[in-house]
Design a protein around this ligand. Structure first.
Ligand code: MN
Ligand code: MN
Length: 300
């Protein structure tokens, strides 16, 4: 990042990051309030995504609704009829305003394990406390690991926080969820998401069989009408940001997407999960590094 005197934190791009964050703070709270036993996954996801648009943003990726052992990348399918049970639910939501992003997550615990949810929350609080120009990302990871271990749980070490760039949800630097020796330092003007995950499992997620979130991999052409229509919408509306099948306007959207995947024009994000029988919690905020510390964009 540039020298601090070159960074104007009032410039248009930072204002758009803040606008995205304001929308997201409100939508996260309203959406979390709708998660209860018997509520529909699809209705909750669509509520959040519609609300983002009403408030003047665009969803930066499909609302992630990850249940119990699932840590990330689950979202309702086009005709999903599942409902919430007595489970641990991670809601991960993103907004962009003209491609400038905010990313946030919260755990709603209906499983009777409030301390596991609290471990991620407190780890994030502790991490935010030490963010300032020059802080090492490895030290942020150490803070997260310490807090989560203090609750008797493990951090998920192969999921990390990340930088956010224009139309790019995941850029450098990685913000680890454990102590690492080779990190980097944060500088004034960096926009990053910090996202601790805590689990009663081993702390390493693997790819599951289900895949409901996709993104453009490369430019390409296809002959099939529906696949062509879908590709047009993807390149214009989502660009390289992730999307769900239910966002596609074409008829036979699932078939269109299978074709785009087979041609390696689109790639999927498999659900990332702990082993069966374990639970994962998550808490995430987006922040701007300032001269004196940081400004969290995704809270009021
Ligand atoms: Mn997120
Ligand atoms: Mn994130």
């Amino acid at each position: 990042m540039a020298e601090s005197e070159d960074v104007d934190l009032q410039s248009e791009q930072y204002e758009k990051h803040r606008e995205a964050g304001d929308i997201l703070a409100q939508v996260r709270e309203e959406t979390a309030d709708r998660v209860e036993v018997g509520a529909s996954h699809l209705e909750v996801a669509e509520y959040a995504e519609d609300r983002i648009r009403e408030l003047g943003g665009q969803p930066a990726f499909p609302v992630n609704i990850s249940i119990d052992e699932e840590a990330a990348h689950a979202t309702p399918s086009i005709d999903d009829d599942s409902t919430f049970g007595e489970e641990m639910i991670n809601l991960d939501i993103g907004v962009h305003v003209d491609g400038w992003l905010a990313d946030t997550a919260i755990t709603v615990d209906l499983s009777g394990n409030p301390e596991l949810a609290e471990a991620s929350e407190q780890a994030l609080e502790a991490a935010l406390e030490i963010v300032e120009p020059g802080v090492e990302t490895g030290d942020i990871g150490a803070e997260i690991e310490d807090v989560i271990n203090g609750y008797g749980y493990n951090p998920v070490v192969n999921l990390t926080g990340h930088g956010l760039d224009h139309w790019e949800q995941h850029t450098s630097p990685n913000i680890p969820n454990r102590a690492v020796s080779q990190g980097t330092t944060l500088e004034v003007g960096d926009v990053v998401a910090i996202e601790p995950f805590a689990t009663d499992g081993g702390g390493k997620v693997t790819e599951g069989a289900s895949e409901e979130i996709f993104a453009l991999e490369r430019e390409g052409t296809v002959r099939n009408r529906q696949a062509r229509e879908a590709l047009g919408q993807i390149t214009e509306e989502f660009r390289t940001l992730p999307f769900a099948t239910r966002w596609l306007d074409t008829d036979r959207a699932e078939m269109a997407l299978r074709r785009l995947k087979r041609n390696n024009i689109v790639h999927g994000y498999p659900v990332l999960q702990e082993d069966d029988g374990f639970l994962v919690s998550q808490k995430e905020h987006t922040l701007i590094v300032t001269e004196n510390g940081c400004e969290v964009t995704t809270e009021y």
